[in-house]
Design a protein around this ligand. Structure first.
Ligand code: SAH
Ligand code: SF4
Length: 368
């Protein structure tokens, strides 16, 4: 089999610069090319009309260009849109668009499937097919922006204002690609997202949390979901490797600049972690960390054996946290009519997709 050509969309800026020089072009062409790739989200080399034809031909010989194909688009009554994208090797990944009054957020996938295997999570049941390349991560943003413009949603060439890495996969398990993708997305010659408007969510890969803190300024969200090691071991196997004390120590050490807070996500599972005693323990665990708690009522997945909290439980849990001076946000349920679900996405029709057997999946509230 022919070896695969490197992907132009996955190259860090420094490599785009080096490539342009190596191909004998004037250095200013690098910026032009980079802008086509990451500011305008060009889908083809032909589109890059102000680049010399010979240059484009040489690019086409040496590299390929990642463009995600839109396999499916589902629009919810509440404005949420879920896109399923097909990669060049036929894998399916999903992104979810969530408009609000003040912001337009895209929930981005970082892997095809996920190896962490949290027992309540639909993506976790798929296992990991493969990591996404940087170009496949950023192209979710480019395709979404272009599509939103096409649909007349939002203003300007880049309608999206916020990004959350809460789609399929564990972003910190694909750190190398994530870091390149973040640099591209934050680049002034690219979509130029503000660090404060990009959030990476993790199940708790402690050493990589430290790295993220050292190497970036983006926001951190941690999926905590339990208040004792026994509880967390049972639903999030990663806890056996990085138990609560280590995880919270890494969070305490995470550089929080300009009053930036870490978000702790807590999915309420009936009878598992939704007791008021859990709320009190949670408050104790988080004391001293500048934080915000995101409470997410569980969205039931057929076959996984967990239940949403009974009526009233969510607000009682929330009240208990507020009594302990925590800032709490409850995630409003959105996009439930289209199975749009940050954190519980599975490629439809893919291996391990429970929706093949049970197409009536309900969706959770979106990530913020
Ligand atoms: N792997 C990363 C990011 C993706 S998961 C992480 O775990 O943080 C995004 C969020 O969705 C996590 O907080 C997870 O706990 C939550 N989640 C997963 N399945 C869910 C479900 N069925 N209902 C509600 N939230 C869910
Ligand atoms: Fe992976 Fe996050 Fe789902 Fe856990 S909750 S299986 S880490 S996607």
């Amino acid at each position: 089999m022919e070896p695969e050509l490197p992907d132009l969309r996955s190259l860090p800026r420094s490599e785009v610069d080096a490539l342009v020089v190596r191909l004998g072009e004037k250095p200013y062409r690098a910026r032009q090319l980079f802008r086509w790739l990451h500011q305008k989200g060009a889908a083809t080399l032909e589109e890059m009309s102000d680049l010399p034809a010979g240059f484009r031909t040489r690019l086409a010989v040496e590299l390929r260009l990642t463009v995600l194909a839109r396999a499916e688009e589902r629009r919810s009554a509440d404005g949420t849109i879920k896109w399923t994208w097909r990669t060049h090797d036929g894998k399916l990944v999903e992104s979810v668009y969530m408009p609000e009054a003040e912001r337009r957020t895209l929930c981005v996938s970082s892997q095809v499937g996920c190896a962490v295997g949290c027992t309540f999570c639909l993506t976790g049941t798929m296992g990991l097919a493969r990591n996404l390349e940087p170009g496949e991560i950023v192209d979710q943003v480019h395709r979404a922006n272009r599509r939103l413009v096409e649909l007349g949603l939002g203003e300007g060439p880049r309608p999206l204002t916020n990004l959350v890495f809460m789609g399929m996969g564990e972003p910190l398990a694909n750190y190398r690609s994530l870091k390149v993708a973040l640099d591209l997305l934050l680049s002034e010659d690219g979509p130029n997202f503000s660090q404060r408007r990009v959030t990476v969510s993790t199940s708790g890969l402690v050493p990589v949390i430290r790295r993220l803190g050292e190497e970036t300024f983006v926001k951190l969200a941690v999926s905590l979901n339990a208040t004792t090691d026994a509880q967390r071991d049972a639903i999030m196997p990663i806890n056996k490797r990085y138990p609560l004390a280590e995880l919270l120590a890494a969070c305490r050490a995470f550089p929080t600049r300009n009053g930036r807070r870490i978000t702790f996500e807590y999915v309420l599972l009936a009878g598992v972690n939704d007791d008021l005693e859990d709320a009190r323990r949670l408050a104790r665990l988080l004391s001293g960390i500048p934080t915000k708690v995101n409470l997410i009522p569980y969205n039931e997945n057929p076959g996984l054996g967990f239940r949403a909290p009974p009526p009233g439980r969510l607000s009682a849990f929330q009240d208990e946290l507020v009594r302990h001076n925590l800032t709490v946000v409850v995630r409003r349920s959105r996009g439930s009519d289209i199975s749009a679900a940050c954190g519980q996405l599975a490629s439809e029709g893919g291996p391990g997709d429970p929706r093949r057997a049970a197409p009536t999946l309900t969706a959770p509230a979106p990530a913020r």
